[in-house]
Design a binder for this molecule. Structure first.
Ligand code: PAF
Length: 286
């Protein structure tokens, strides 16, 4: 089961994973799952820390899932840093890395994809990446079936993804608790992301403007400015900082349906915008 030079336990195939999990379950231990695509940063480590509050044994999955990338996206270029990831997870007190090869997850003849409405068709990420959530929901359903975790931990940075996975888990009767963890940020406010490595020095200097605009927008709405007016100001600020905006919107925090006023429910502001070739997403609750 161990791979490479690492003494740490890594399951590269489904059978090894199942053997270890069955052993833990026989011993009455609870299992926490942190699904990732690797390239771990402090944000991922905060998910591991959260997982430890909910389960005795922690499994980290590392799988750059091809089905959630469009052909035009960065699947091949996505950073792959398995050895460093394993080291970080081991140092954080994790128990098992599940790093399957693609053929174990999508064997020849694989023909199933989850199709979702609700938060998956809210008109945010799905508008720009129409096949993305089918890929995410399918891989997460597979990971939930393989690991049967008591709890699974996701970052709030991918807020729509979190809502999609929570909906999918409820709709398909998974017993796993899906837990969201607040976004970790650099000191200047930029949300931690594996894709931040793509930013040039100039883009990195401009990048915090996205969160700054969202934070100011949230403050204004709380102070009584109309949601659409505050959003318009945010869009102007983000454009002025050099971003090409995909969306900056206010949504109901649970359903992701459009929301026109604070009285209509909890509000979440969500944004996606590109600096050069790098697309950043972020969000903030009110
Ligand atoms: O957020 C991610 O890293 C991925 O979308 C996830 C949840 C691991 C599914 O591939």
């Amino acid at each position: 089961m161990a791979a490479g030079t690492s003494p740490f336990e890594i399951a590269h195939d489904v059978t090894s994973l199942r053997v270890r999990l069955a052993e833990w379950r026989r011993e009455g231990e609870t299992i926490g799952l942190v699904p990732t695509m690797g390239a771990l940063h402090a944000g991922h480590m905060s998910l591991v820390d959260e997982a430890k509050k909910h389960a005795r044994r922690i499994v980290l999955s590392i799988f750059v899932n091809p089905t959630q990338f469009a052909p035009s996206e960065d699947f091949s270029a996505y950073p792959r840093t398995l050895d460093a990831d394993v080291e970080k997870f081991a140092a954080a007190g994790g128990d098992l890395v599940f790093a399957p090869v693609q053929a174990h997850i999508y064997p020849p003849g694989f023909a199933t994809t989850l199709s979702m409405r609700g938060p998956a068709t809210a008109g945010l990420e799905d508008r720009c990446r129409p096949t993305h959530f089918a890929g995410v929901a399918t891989i997460i359903a597979k990971l939930f079936n393989l690991c049967r975790p008591d709890a699974a931990i996701f970052g709030e940075k991918d807020y729509q993804q979190l809502k999609v996975v929570q909906r999918m888990a409820r709709d398909l009767d998974f017993e796993t608790r899906v837990i969201g963890v607040p976004t970790m940020r650099e000191r200047d406010g930029l949300a931690l992301s594996s894709r931040n490595v793509y930013l040039s020095a100039k883009e990195r200097a401009a990048a915090p403007a996205l969160y700054a605009a969202l934070a100011r927008c949230a403050r204004e709405i709380k102070e009584g400015v109309a949601i659409e007016t505050a959003l318009e100001t945010a869009r102007k600020e983000v454009t002025a900082a050099g971003f090409a905006i995909d969306y900056i919107e206010a949504r109901h925090a649970d359903t992701l349906a459009p929301i026109a006023s604070r009285e209509a429910g909890p509000v979440r502001l969500l944004a996606a915008a590109a600096l050069g070739k790098t697309r950043l997403i972020d969000n903030i609750g009110l």
